[in-house]
Design a binder for this molecule. Structure first.
Ligand code: FPP
Length: 242
């Protein structure tokens, strides 16, 4: 990942920790599955609006490597939702020429889900204007471990020397390689933590926390987050502007 140092008011890359589906449902006396279903629907409007306001990269934290520890019925329900999303809803993204990629280890998913993920990546590989990364079975620490192993193997194969390891090489070895670092990370539902999301990439990200539950997060909430971002003074370690 390269760091975008331009003084933009619109973030080039916005990453979302989509939290609060369960509480959204609970507040309405509905099963948690209803919250996830509504959460998946909210994704469409947010992506459409992000593209409209000039965001070029979006990353969505859809399923963490730790989420496998949820009750089996909930994991099954989420897998059903991903199946549905990948088989039908993603067509909309392809129609809009969105380049889609998946972050995280695909091998733990059922073969039909895994194959669909690979097919979508292949079918959208030529699109360049708007990029969406969906983190599924993703954990930033696991991603860093995989990058370290890749670099170690390259050194073992004598492709380069230890002295050639720098920040760029580490960024290029992560599954997020090719995306700029996130400028803005939005977490919904009032929680204020990273939860093993983009730990390396978030070095200079601005954070925006909102109490809104993900299923209710809409275009106006995204505008509010981007307006807050535009007011921030990003210094990347330098002194404040006079
Ligand atoms: C967190 O809410 C949400 C998840 C673990 C799942 C996120 C999935 C979606 C929004 C739908 C699918 C999206 C795509 C892109 C396919 P939570 O269940 O932890 O809520 P809680 O903290 O209120 O219990």
């Amino acid at each position: 990942m390269t760091q975008d140092k331009t003084d933009r008011t619109t973030p080039a890359h916005v990453a979302f920790i989509m939290d609060g589906n369960g509480r959204w449902a609970q507040a309405r006396g509905l099963p948690r599955a209803a919250g996830h279903q509504k959460g998946a629907e909210a994704v469409h409007a947010v992506l459409r609006h992000a593209q409209k306001i000039g965001v070029r990269y979006v990353t969505l934290y859809a399923f963490s490597s730790g989420n496998w520890n949820r009750p089996p019925e909930e994991v099954d329900n989420l897998m059903g939702l991903f199946r549905q999303y990948l088989k039908s809803d993603v067509k909309e993204l392809i129609k809009k020429k969105v380049r889609v990629r998946f972050l995280g280890d695909k091998e733990r998913f059922d073969p039909d889900i895994r194959d669909k993920m690979k097919e979508i990546e292949r079918d959208t590989a030529a699109f360049e204007d708007f990029h969406v990364a969906i983190a599924m079975n993703y954990g930033a620490r696991e991603d860093i471990v995989a990058a370290v192993k890749r670099i170690a193997m390259d050194i073992f194969d004598k492709q380069y020397l230890v002295s050639a390891i720098d920040e760029q090489r580490i960024s290029d070895s992560l599954s997020t390689s090719g995306f700029p670092d996130p400028d803005l990370i939005i977490r919904t539902s009032g929680e204020q933590r990273l939860s093993n999301f983009l730990l390396w990439e978030a070095a200079y990200a601005e954070f925006y926390f909102t109490p809104v539950f993900w299923p209710d997060f809409n275009e106006h909430d995204l505008d509010a987050a981007v307006e807050a971002y535009a007011r921030r003074d990003r210094r990347f370690g330098k002194v404040a502007r006079g």
